[in-house]
Design a protein around this ligand. Structure first.
Ligand code: ATP
Ligand code: MG
Length: 288
């Protein structure tokens, strides 16, 4: 539920930001950035506290429940949805305010002589706040289990890749057009596999480019995530590491075929598809 005090505070921040026709000077805009940043900082602290509380409660709940405890699952899902709403209503709005204020200040700064350093600083704030917006939207998307069901796998993958591209110095290419005609639980599995694959690329690959390619014809679906990084021994065991084994479990549970292949020259290709797909997707763009 929305906190009425917070809504009031945010409304006045929004009014300060965009409501007054007299506004527009750089000092005004910077004061606004500072006001909104303070608000964002306090929101972030509240949310970190909420997030920690969530993970602690979930840790305790998971250690004491059977893996198929549906009640525990739905409590965890309610908590995730609450956290997603909180993030949406407070931090996302505050960040949006920062991005708008920074853009307004940047436009004004153009007219000021010898303002190169100010412009550089404002460009930095604009870039960072826009990247953070993309990332936060993707985080909120990922927290809501019904997101893929509501918005579709294609939208989810686009959000995910946009967030990775905004956050990391990595070229992310995506080809995903047709929404597959498969169960939401299978879409959710494909989304989570893409998410972990991209996280692995960011963490381990030292890649320059990663590509996400979704091909679907009705219920025949193939998703490929491949990078041009250093590769690894994909036949080896990785005790204590959960990402790849979690991907395999998700695929098995949904009757999807998953292969993780790392050729000698480097790079990793994660390929997951429905059993019904009669043909393999070619390696669609040759590495340059
Ligand atoms: N795209 C990749 N490029 C290079 N190495 C990779 C890639 N994906 C996985 N690996 C290697 O495989 C190992 C196992 O990956 P896995 O996702 O299971 O664990 P992790 O990423 O180390 O930790 P986590 O449990 O948080 O996922 C990694 O530690 C890394 O050495
Ligand atoms: Mg991993």
């Amino acid at each position: 539920m929305r906190n009425p005090c917070r809504t009031t505070q945010w409304s006045s921040t929004t009014r300060t930001l965009i409501g007054s026709p007299r506004r527009g000077s750089v000092p005004d805009a910077l004061v606004t950035i500072s006001t909104v940043s303070d608000y964002a900082r306090s929101s972030a602290i509240r949310l970190i506290a909420a997030g920690l509380g969530y993970w602690l409660r979930r840790g305790v709940a998971e250690s004491s429940k059977a893996p198929d405890d549906e009640l525990g699952e739905s409590a965890g899902s309610d908590e995730r949805q609450r956290l997603a709403r909180e993030l949406h209503d407070s931090a996302l709005q505050a960040l949006y305010g920062i991005a708008m204020a920074a853009q307004a200040a940047r436009r004004t700064a153009d007219a000021i002589p010898e303002s190169d350093r100010l412009i550089e600083a404002l460009d930095y704030i604009v870039d960072q706040s826009e990247a953070a917006l993309v990332e936060l939207r993707s985080l909120i998307f990922g927290l809501r289990p019904e997101s893929v069901a509501e918005e579709g796998l294609v939208a989810g993958l686009r959000r995910l890749t946009a967030a990775v591209a905004a956050r990391h110095k990595l070229q992310v290419e995506i080809v995903a057009e047709m929404e597959p005609d498969i169960d939401n639980s299978a879409k959710e599995a494909l989304y989570r596999i893409a998410q972990e694959s991209l996280q692995n690329v960011v963490k381990h690959a030292s890649a320059r480019v990663v590509r996400v390619h979704l091909v679907s014809e009705g219920e025949k679906v193939e998703l490929v995530i491949d990078d041009d990084g250093i590769g690894f021994d994909s036949d080896a065991d990785h005790p204590g590491h959960l990402g790849l084994s979690g991907m395999k479990q998700r695929a098995m549970a949904q009757n999807l075929q998953l292969t993780v292949h790392s050729p000698k020259g480097g790079g990793v290709e994660v390929r997951v598809r429905t059993h019904a797909l009669p043909r393999r997707t070619k390696h669609f763009i040759p590495w340059s």
